[in-house]
Design a protein around this ligand. Structure first.
Ligand SMILES: *Cc1c(COP(=O)(O)O)cnc(C)c1O
Length: 384
C-alpha cells in the first residue's frame, strides 16, 4: 500500500539522535533551544516554544491567550479535532465558522457576519483558530483586521503549513497571528516522532507559554510571588502541564530542519506533476491562492458525485488497488462529542459538502514518479 503520507529519515537524522543518546541530557536540554532556533529562523518568528505535540501547542496557546471557563473559541469544522478540543481543555466553549468553497480554509465573510451577530448578542469569541488547510495559508490579513476590530486573539493552526508563505511572509512570522502552532507528527512537513511548537512575537506570551509547558513552575525571581529561599527554590505560579519535548526528539527535529527547503521543493514538484497527470479528469484539483505559496502537506481532490462515481466508490476502488488514499476531514461539528454539545448536520454546509467529495492522494518526499503514476492510473480507473 502506498501511504498518503510518510516521514523521510536520513542517516544525518539517525546520527543526530544517536549523539543525544550518548550525551548527559535526554529530556529537555540543549537540543530543544537549538531546534526552537532553527524553526524560529525559518519562520521569521522571534520566539519559539517547543512542546510534546501539536495538540499540546494548541492547549498552551489557548491558556497563554487567557482562555477559560465561560469564554468562547471559534475554529473551522474542516480540521483535526485538536483545533477545537484545545478550548474544551480550558473549560471554554467552541463555535465554528464555515469554510470557503474554493480554499477550504476559513470563510472570512462568514467569520465577519458571525462576529457582527455575536457582537449584537454580547457573545464574542476571545480566540479564533484559523487552520491553514493542506498547507495553504488562510486569508490572514482579513482575519487580523477583524481581530483588531473585535478584540480576539488569533491562534493560527499551521500544523500543515510550516514553510508556507502568505503575501511574501513566512507562516509563523507573526505579521498576522498572535501565535502560530505547529505539529511534528510523522506525516507533517518535518517530524520529531511526536512534537509541537508555538511561535509568537510577544515576549509576554512567550513567557506564559514556557510556564504552561512546564507545570506553571518558574525559577525567574521577577515572576515569584513569595520570596526566593535559596538556590533550590522555585515557584508554581500557574496550573501548567508536563508538555516538554525531549532532547532526543529535538535533535531529530533540528536535523530535519536542514532539509525543510528540499522537502518543500519535492512536495511542490509532486503537486505540480499531479496537476498534469490528472488533467482532464472529472475532479476539482487543489486550490491555489494568489500571493500564497502552499507547503503542500496534503494533495486533496474533490470528487463531485454529479459526474458519476461517488467519493466512497472511488475511495474503495483505490484502496483495493493498493493506494492508501484518505479523507481530510470529517467535519468536527459532526463528531458525536460535538453533536452532544448541540451541533448537527446542516450547520456548516460548505464544510459538509466539501467533506462528501474530498479525497487525499499520497504526497510525501520520497514518493517515486512511478508510484505517483500508479496513483493517477488507479484514480482514472476508479472514475471510469
Ligand atoms: C496534526 C494536527 C494537529 C495536532 O497535532 P499533533 O502533533 O498530532 O497533536 C492539530 N491541528 C491540525 C490541523 C493537524 O493536522
Amino acid at each position: 500500500m502506498i501511504p498518503y503520507g510518510h516521514q523521510s529519515i536520513s542517516q544525518a537524522d539517525i546520527d543526530a539522535v544517536d549523539e543525544v543518546l550518548r550525551s548527559d541530557w535526554l529530556t529537555q536540554g540543549p537540543a530543544v533551544p537549538r531546534f526552537e532556533g532553527t524553526v524560529a529562523q525559518a519562520s521569521g518568528a522571534t520566539f519559539a516554544v517547543a512542546c510534546s505535540n501539536g495538540t499540546a501547542a494548541l492547549h498552551i496557546a489557548a491558556l497563554a491567550a487567557g482562555l477559560g471557563p465561560g469564554d468562547l473559541l471559534w475554529t473551522v469544522p474542516n480540521t483535526f479535532v485538536a483545533s477545537a478540543n484545545c478550548a474544551r481543555y480550558c473549560g471554554a466553549d467552541v463555535g465554528f465558522v464555515d469554510i470557503d468553497e474554493h480554499t477550504h480554509c476559513i470563510d472570512v465573510s462568514d467569520l465577519e457576519a458571525r462576529l457582527e451577530r455575536a457582537d449584537r448578542s454580547g457573545r464574542l469569541p476571545s480566540v479564533v483558530v484559523p487552520v491553514d488547510f493542506a498547507g495553504l495559508p488562510c486569508e490572514m490579513a482579513r482575519v487580523r483586521e477583524l481581530a483588531d476590530r473585535y478584540g480576539f486573539t488569533v491562534i493560527e493552526d499551521a500544523a500543515h503549513a510550516l514553510g508556507a508563505t502568505y503575501r511574501g511572509t513566512p507562516v509563523g512570522s507573526g505579521a498576522y497571528a498572535h501565535m502560530t502552532t505547529l505539529s511534528f507528527h510523522p506525516v507533517k512537513l518535518v517530524t520529531t516522532g511526536e512534537g509541537g511548537m508555538v511561535l509568537t512575537e510577544s515576549p509576554d506570551l512567550d513567557g506564559r507559554l514556557r510556564l504552561f509547558r512546564n507545570h506553571g513552575i518558574t525559577r525567574d525571581r521577577q515572576l515569584m510571588e513569595v520570596h526566593d529561599e535559596g538556590a533550590w527554590y522555585y515557584e508554581q505560579v500557574e496550573l501548567g502541564y508536563n508538555y516538554r519535548l525531549t532532547d532526543i526528539q529535538a535533535a531529530l527535529g533540528a536535523s530535519q530542519m536542514d532539509r525543510l527547503e528540499t522537502f518543500l521543493d519535492e512536495r511542490r514538484r509532486l503537486a505540480e506533476r499531479y496537476d498534469e497527470l490528472l488533467d482532464g479528469l472529472p475532479l476539482a484539483l487543489p486550490p491555489r491562492s494568489e500571493g500564497s505559496e502552499s507547503a503542500w502537506h496534503l494533495y486533496v481532490v474533490r470528487v463531485p458525485a454529479v459526474f458519476g462515481r461517488s467519493r466512497l466508490e472511488v475511495f474503495d476502488s483505490m484502496r483495493q488497488a493498493g493506494i492508501g488514499v484518505n479523507v481530510h476531514y470529517i467535519p468536527v461539528h459532526l463528531q458525536p462529542y460535538y453533536r452532544r454539545l448541540g451541533f448537527g448536520p446542516g450547520d456548516f454546509p460548505a464544510a459538509e459538502r466539501y467533506y462528501s467529495e474530498a479525497l487525499t492522494l499520497p504526497l510525501y518526499p520520497g514518493l517515486t514518479d512511478a508510484e505517483q503514476e500508479s496513483v493517477a492510473v488507479a484514480l482514472r480507473d476508479a472514475l471510469r
